[in-house]
Design a protein around this ligand. Sequence first.
Ligand code: ADP
Ligand code: 5GP
Length: 210
Amino acid sequence: MKNIDETIKRRGLLLVLTAPSGCGKSTITRKIMGDDPSIVVSVSATTRDPRPGETDGEDYFFMKTEEFRQKVNAGEFLEWAEVFGRHYGTPKSAVEAALVSGKDVFFDIDWQGAEQLRKNAPDDLVWICILPPTIESLENRLRARGQDSDEVIARRMLEAESEASHWADADYVVVNDDLDKATRQVRAILDAERIKRVRRTGLAEFVKKM
Ligand code: ADP
Ligand code: 5GP
């Protein structure tokens, strides 16, 4: 049977998780998305080249700088930023369509993008910052993940401090010392934000028929 909350119309929300690399953001996101059909992922546009295994339209919309600039000028991005010398941006129309249909949108964007969403879509944004329990644990996790060379790990550790320093701009801060606990906390935030009165556009109709 359908959960009664799902029968009440609502506007979706924008969920941004920011974290220094290695904090567990992808793992937590996968766990939360796994069994939830109300979540969609925002596919960004970028001017960087595709990496092996990446598909256009799924991982990113890959484009030339000229096309990206045209889209910026036409106001087609909800936010955009330059990261490592390349451009990245969130297409506006897909996000708005999702919100109107009651779907929540997950993002993989950096803190600059989150700050712009704060300006451009303040009522829709839910920003969670994930922190590691200690800096040493971050480095250990990056090593245990086994994806990066020593050089890349050293660079990620340098960037970690800058990414973590934006914790004060987030709505919530989750410390990931225990993966199950951190996942439960993110789930709890999502559940509570979904039933906020301002997002439940179908409440008047529900109460009328109650
Ligand atoms: P991110 O997406 O933030 O870069 P990942 O989700 O890839 O990070 O996590 C980095 C590594 O740390 C992975 O191998 C993951 O399994 C591990 N990990 C995540 N959370 C914890 C935790 N609470 N304790 C120990 N290891 C963790
Ligand atoms: P990568 O090139 O490794 O896929 O991503 C590099 C960085 O760009 C990551 O920190 C990622 O979160 C960020 N990023 C990806 N898409 C966007 C976007 O649309 N907007 C912003 N602001 N950052 C993005």
